[in-house]
Design a protein around this ligand. Structure first.
Ligand code: 5GP
Ligand code: ZN
Length: 139
C-alpha cells in the first residue's frame, strides 16, 4: 500500500468506487471518468506502478480477471467489442501510478479508433533492424 495512491485507497475502502469484481489479488471497478459505458479498470491489490513490477501470481490474477470480466461487461452494456489496454508508464500516458488495465467497451460507429492510434509516428524499419529487435527481445 502506498499512502498517497488513489487506487490503494480504493483497495483499502478509504475512497468509494463502483467495484464490479474482486479476487484475492485483484480488484475491478468502474472508471470515474469513463471513455464509454462500462469502462472498467482492473488492478492488482498490491501497489506496483508497472506491469513488469507485478509478481507472476499478481499478473495472472489481473489478466485472468480481465479475461473473465470482458464478456460480462460486454453483455452488461450491450457492447460490440472491447479495447483492452494498459498505459504502462508515464511516457505511455499513465497518470495513476498503480498498474491498471483499461477495459473499454466499444460500439459500432462509436467514432473511436484502434489501439494503433496510441503510438506516435510509425518507424520505417528494414529487415535487418526487425531481425535485430527480435533478437534483442528474444535474447
Ligand atoms: P491512466 O491514464 O493512469 O491509464 O488512467 C487512469 C484512469 O483512472 C483514468 O481513466 C481516470 O478516469 C481513472 N481514475 C482516476 N482517479 C479515479 C478514482 O478516484 N476513481 C476511479 N474509479 N477512477 C479514477
Ligand atoms: Zn497504489
Amino acid at each position: 500500500m502506498s499512502d498517497d495512491c488513489i487506487f490503494c485507497s480504493i483497495v483499502a475502502g478509504d475512497i468509494p468506487a463502483r467495484v464490479v469484481a474482486e479476487t484475492d489479488d485483484a480488484l475491478a471497478f468502474l472508471d470515474a471518468n469513463p471513455m464509454a459505458r462500462g469502462h472498467t479498470l482492473v488492478i492488482p491489490k498490491a501497489h506496483h506502478q508497472r506491469v513488469a513490477d507485478l509478481s507472476r501470481e499478481e499478473s495472472r490474477a489481473v489478466f485472468d480477471l480481465v479475461h473473465d470480466l470482458a464478456p460480462r461487461i460486454e453483455d452488461a452494456v450491450d457492447a460490440d467489442a472491447h479495447t483492452i489496454g494498459v498505459n504502462d508508464g508515464p511516457d505511455a500516458g499513465q497518470e495513476v501510478p498503480h498498474a491498471h488495465v483499461h477495459v473499454i467497451p466499444r460500439f459500432d460507429g462509436d467514432g473511436g479508433g484502434p489501439i494503433h492510434v496510441a503510438a506516435g509516428e510509425r518507424p520505417d524499419l528494414g529487415d535487418d533492424e526487425l531481425d535485430e529487435i527480435a533478437d534483442a527481445i528474444g535474447a
